[in-house]
Design a protein around this ligand. Structure first.
Ligand code: HEM
Ligand code: HEM
Length: 145
């Protein structure tokens, strides 16, 4: 179960990074060309939201299964940068990033003007992505090492 969740979390991470890159590029182009906000744009931002929410759910599960998650939270762990990254920084910043992405998605859904939709998705998704990128355990990510 733990191994399965770990593989799933790692695979969704890769999908999420690719989807977010695509969503950002097409929303920035849409903003710059002042094109009408299309169904394709809406669906792309929805796929990004679903990838982020799925990752949150799997990540939360993993947090309670992994030896690097809640079971490793202690004062000693805080002195070790890798331990602190897994047990605290990665999950906490990940949750904040996904909350920002959700706020962006729902604000864009309510916005009336196309340009406002493009701008809202671009700003919130980019902020979320930067936060996520800043706290991925790059040195130990099995999929890319
Ligand atoms: C810990 C688990 C989760 C939490 C806390 C959560 C939270 C939320 C919240 C607060 C919204 C409202 C956004 C809005 O205002 O429109 C939302 C919407 C949504 N979530 Fe999640 N979610 C979770 C897991 C999932 C999962 C596992 C999926 C799908 C695989 C998912 C798919 C969606 C979709 C499709 C929407 C609505 C998009 C729309 O309004 O068109 N979520 N979620
Ligand atoms: C925001 C999006 C997120 C991304 C892109 C992401 C990505 C990753 C990646 C790439 C790894 C390394 C996997 C490996 O080495 O095979 C990882 C590990 C981990 N993540 Fe996330 N994560 C996210 C959110 C979360 C959240 C919200 C939580 C918990 C609440 C979480 C909990 C964990 C845990 C506990 C591990 C360590 C698993 C282990 O090696 O035992 N992640 N994550």
């Amino acid at each position: 179960m733990y191994t399965g969740f770990k593989h799933l979390h790692s695979t969704i991470a890769l999908v999420l990074l690719i989807v977010f890159a695509v969503v950002l590029v097409i929303h920035i182009i849409g903003y710059m060309t002042s094109a009408d906000y299309s169904k394709g744009h809406r669906v792309s931002s929805l796929i990004g939201l679903i990838a982020a929410h799925l990752q949150l759910l799997v990540g939360l599960g993993l947090y309670f299964m992994s030896p690097l998650g809640i079971s490793n939270l202690s004062g000693e762990t805080m002195k070790d940068s890798m331990g602190r990254l897994y047990a605290l920084e990665h999950p906490l910043i990940g949750i904040i990033a996904i909350a920002l992405i959700t706020v962006g998605y729902s604000r864009a859904k309510r916005a009336a003007a196309s340009r406002q939709k493009y701008a809202t998705i671009t700003v919130f998704y980019a902020l979320g992505l930067v936060l996520i990128l800043s706290r991925i355990p790059w040195q130990t990510w099995a999929l890319i090492n």
